[in-house]
Design a protein around this ligand. Structure first.
Ligand SMILES: *Cc1c(COP(=O)(O)O)cnc(C)c1O
Length: 361
């Protein structure tokens, strides 16, 4: 039996895509083998890789002025790849720290250059997004790094910081494809796939061509981490995470079929609004995030009583609503309601919360 899986990542995938993967597992399109078994340089996989890249380009309206590459190592490897690829000309970058992953990115970058903490919301346990203007950044910084959605703390940017023209780099691991964006607002976007796109293993990098092609990487940037290497070889410099790219391609096709990012964003907004609305009217559950900065993807909530929180997680699991335990840094509960979480899953969760509230009032 399938459960409703609220895991923060790896997370739920569209059932339709999983069924398709299952049906193609033994014999992909008459090849007589599964995608996991075939050469990454053969005809079958070449088509999949090209289709995945085009699919993402179509969904996010990415033009010819950007490279789209598929790499390994997770978003965490990009915490290092970003400074390694960008700090060769001017060794300065500014970071906005709005959560644990943002903090890790800031810390890794510190190994490679003059990295400044432009702003942080840590003093308030990352419950809000600092509102920043151009004067908060060094105007000679090479780039400003942000984390668009904070997976653990449940906040997101509703408006991008005004950097005064400095290049913006964003970790979009937990909200890519959940809302329409203008890629031109960013110099670089990166995202691990395991939240909104595919099984863990592939990471997406969308980077402005002029930056990548006019190499501004640090001289000791490892070949494998250099975006130019992967761009030149169309993500096939070495063996790519074939299976994850294949599933990503299917997810992109699925998203297109249901109306693209615009339709997905509407559904995501509806799901989040339903859940926050119930929590705000509940006497038992609370969400401590600044209302205007609340994430549409990750919804943390608490009862204020540790035993009751544990009871909730246990009983929810027995009711088929799994992985609701909050991150250890926050405690309580967290419902990750990514793209692939059906509206019905959120309805079931709310019904369960209502019942739990009545029984434990
Ligand atoms: C999950 C996550 C990461 C870490 O991703 P890995 O692929 O495990 O390295 C980084 N940033 C954000 C915003 C995330 O949600």
């Amino acid at each position: 039996m399938r459960v409703y899986n609220f895991s923060a990542g790896p997370s739920v995938l569209p059932e339709e895509v999983l069924t398709e993967v299952q049906s193609e597992m033994l014999d992909y399109h008459g090849s007589g083998m599964s995608v996991t078994e075939m050469s990454h340089r053969g005809k079958w996989f070449s088509e999949i890789a090209a289709s995945a890249e085009q699919g993402l380009r179509d969904l996010l309206n990415i033009g010819d002025d950007y490279h789209v590459i598929f790499v390994q190592g997770g978003a965490s490897t990009q915490f290092e790849a970003v400074p390694l690829n960008l700090l060769g000309k001017n060794n300065k970058a500014d970071y906005v720290v709005t959560g644990n992953f943002a903090k890790k990115a800031f810390k890794e970058a510190g190994k490679y250059g003059d990295i400044r903490l432009a702003a942080s919301s840590e003093e308030a346990k990352f419950t809000y997004i600092p509102k920043l203007t151009a004067k908060d950044f060094r105007q000679d910084a090479e780039y400003v790094h942000i984390t668009s959605n904070n997976t653990i703390f449940g906040t997101h940017y509703t408006k991008l910081p005004d950097t005064g023209g400095i290049k913006l780099v964003a970790d979009m691991s937990s909200d890519i494809l959940s809302k329409e964006i203008d890629v031109h607002d960013y110099a670089v976007i990166y995202a691990g796939a395991q939240k909104n796109i595919a099984p863990a293993g592939v990471t997406i990098v969308i980077a402005r061509k002029d930056i990548v092609d006019n190499d501004q990487s640090l001289p000791y940037c490892p070949t494998m981490l250099k975006w130019a290497t992967q761009a030149k070889e169309h993500s096939l410099y070495n063996t790519p995470p074939c299976f994850s790219i294949y599933v990503a391609d299917l997810v992109f096709k699925y998203l297109k079929k249901i109306g693209g990012v615009k339709a997905m964003a509407k559904l995501d907004e509806e799901k989040a609004a339903m859940l926050y609305d119930y929590i705000d009217n509940s006497k038992l559950f609370h969400n401590y995030v600044a209302k205007e900065d609340r994430s549409v993807m990750n919804v943390p909530f608490v009862t204020g009583n540790l035993d009751l929180d544990a009871k909730f997680v246990k009983e929810a699991e027995a009711a088929g609503l799994v992985s609701l335990k909050g991150h250890k840094l926050v405690g309580g509960m967290r419902a990750s309601i990514y793209n692939a979480m059906p509206v019905d899953g959120v309805r079931k969760l709310i019904e369960f919360m209502k019942k739990f509230e009545r029984e434990n009032a």
